[in-house]
Design a protein around this ligand. Structure first.
Ligand code: PEP
Ligand code: MG
Length: 325
């Protein structure tokens, strides 16, 4: 099925209304990187850094991590790679890290919360990233930020590490861009300063949707119960997109929904101009976007909301019906 999309590889995801949507890939291993060329991804919009920690018997060594990160940047051939700092806890538990049993791990001690409490691990990972990026740009993205103070603290730690590496005589990255994931409803309502001060933002739709609907993404009984194409969730994505736009900060969407053509279309219609997904989804998403008019989709969304409708799936399925699928 992928052959159908090969011809699209080097073409932009330009809609019929003239919007260009950037399509990036998600990755977590060096072995994923060759797909950056075969898929035509414009970069790695989410590099999940957990696997190197999960595959190790103890906390990985800084030098080993730096080598891995450097090879990943090499393999991206100068395209941007957004490294998300360690997002452990919840569904990703490290056997060698002592932690209490938690009644609600998804709401528990995870991601940046662990990083800020166990600064040694976070600092070591940041040092590895800084060293790997010597002389080239570095993108660092903090996961699961629930309030602005957490982002402030994480950025302070990163800046302190940069100053320290400089003092030690190591060459620094050419520039450093610091971003946050929007995965909790609370951060979507953070003060304007958050949206302005972040260099970039990325909606982690898997978690954001789980917390928006209060429906565990790991629980088969409830995980498909609520629809990304509900007008409620899309309204929320549109509001986040508006806040990022007003602040002039680039926003992407990197949850699984970015790789589902219909969902990707709706997210783009909300104003999100960058989507990051599994490399195999880039072809199908690009194919649909290139035939779609986002102004029409947005108008449909606004009309559905005004008419009191709660779901867009049927309307959007009809809209794309006549398109060449
Ligand atoms: C997300 O929550 O949408 C996300 C991209 O992060 P993860 O799936 O690793 O939690
Ligand atoms: Mg997440």
């Amino acid at each position: 099925a992928q052959e159908r999309f090969v011809g699209l590889r080097d073409l932009p995801a330009e809609t019929t209304c003239g919007q260009i949507i950037e399509l990036h890939m998600n990755a977590g291993l060096i072995a994923d990187l060759p797909s950056i060329d075969s898929s035509g991804a414009e970069g790695v919009g989410l590099f999940r850094t957990e696997l190197q920690f999960l595959a190790s018997r103890s906390v990985p060594k800084r030098g080993d991590l730096a080598r891995v990160y450097s090879r990943i940047m090499d393999a991206a051939h100068g395209k941007p790679v957004l490294f998300r700092t360690l997002d452990i806890g919840s569904d990703k538990v490290l056997p060698y890290m002592k932690r209490p049993e938690e009644p609600n791990p998804a709401l528990g001690w995870r991601a940046i919360r662990v990083g800020l409490d166990k600064r040694g691990v976070m600092r070591m990972q940041l040092q590895a990233l800084i060293r790997a990026a010597a002389g080239r740009p570095l993108w660092v993205m903090f996961p699961f930020v629930a309030q602005i103070e957490e982002f402030d603290q994480a950025r302070d730690i990163l800046n302190a590490e940069l100053a320290n590496e400089h003092r030690l005589g190591h060459s620094l990255p050419e520039r450093v861009q610091v971003g946050a994931m929007i995965e909790t409803p609370s951060i979507a309502f953070a003060p304007d300063r958050f949206f302005k001060e972040a260099d970039f933002l990325s909606i982690g739709g898997n978690d954001l949707k789980q917390f928006f609907f209060a429906a565990d993404r790991e629980n088969e009984r409830v995980r498909r119960r609520y629809d990304t194409l509900s007008t409620a969730f899309l309204e929320f994505v549109c509001q986040i997109s508006k806040r990022a736009q007003d602040a002039g900060t680039p926003l992407s969407f990197c949850g699984e929904d970015a790789g589902r053509p219909l969902e990707a279309l709706a997210i783009a219609a909300c104003g999100v101009r960058k989507l990051s997904m599994r490399p195999t989804s880039i072809g199908p998403v690009k194919h649909l976007l290139r035939q779609a008019n986002l102004d029409d989709v947005r108008a449909q969304l606004d009309a559905a909301r005004a008419a009191g409708e709660s779901n867009m799936r049927t309307a959007l399925t009809q809209y794309i019906g006549p398109l060449d699928r």
